[in-house]
Ligand binder design. Structure first.
Ligand code: AMP
Length: 148
């Protein structure tokens, strides 16, 4: 069985480089913003996927969008963190990939996003592809071809 190290970029598919769903921090639609902010701050991630109760992908939520939402005229309205839910502020206009998408589709998707979610035909969340993973494969390919 060939490992990803043996593969040409043109043979790599999204599944080969994605972080699978079990290892991805996420929040759910009905979580209070406070929970989402805790997950983001504790994990150190700038944004994470939002899933519904059946683990379907519905959006992403990040620190900036939450902080903007609770920013009042003169102070952060901290009480909003427990009053508001993730579905009220999340970003639903997001690109997504499928496991069998090509490396090039992954590359195009991360040009404007630090990570892109992967879902199946029915919308169930499979994982994410990060810009870091794409760049790592491109670096490997560059050095491999230079040494040939
Ligand atoms: P990185 O390339 O590791 O810096 O990740 C870029 C972005 O992808 C992070 O800021 C997060 O928004 C997201 N991300 C990466 N890994 C994970 C993970 N395990 N769980 C949730 N989000 C992640």
């Amino acid at each position: 069985m060939s490992t990803i190290q043996d593969k040409q970029l043109t043979d790599i598919v999204v599944e080969d480089i994605m972080i699978s769903s079990e290892k991805v921090a996420h929040v759910q639609l009905n979580n209070p913003l406070e929970h989402a902010l805790l997950v983001l701050v504790k994990s150190g991630y700038s944004a994470v996927p939002v899933l519904d109760a059946s683990y379907k992908l519905v959006g992403t939520i990040g620190k900036t969008i939450i902080l903007n939402e609770i920013l009042g005229l003169e102070r952060f309205e901290i009480e909003k963190l427990s009053d508001m839910r993730v579905h009220e502020v999340m970003n639903t206009d997001i690109p997504s990939l499928s496991r069998d998408d090509s490396f090039m589709n992954g590359l195009k998707a991360v040009i404007n996003n630090t990570f892109v979610c992967v879902s199946d035909d029915e919308g169930y969340f499979d994982g994410i592809v990060t810009r870091r993973a794409i760049l790592k494969q491109m670096k490997r390919d560059f050095y491999t071809n230079r040494n040939d």
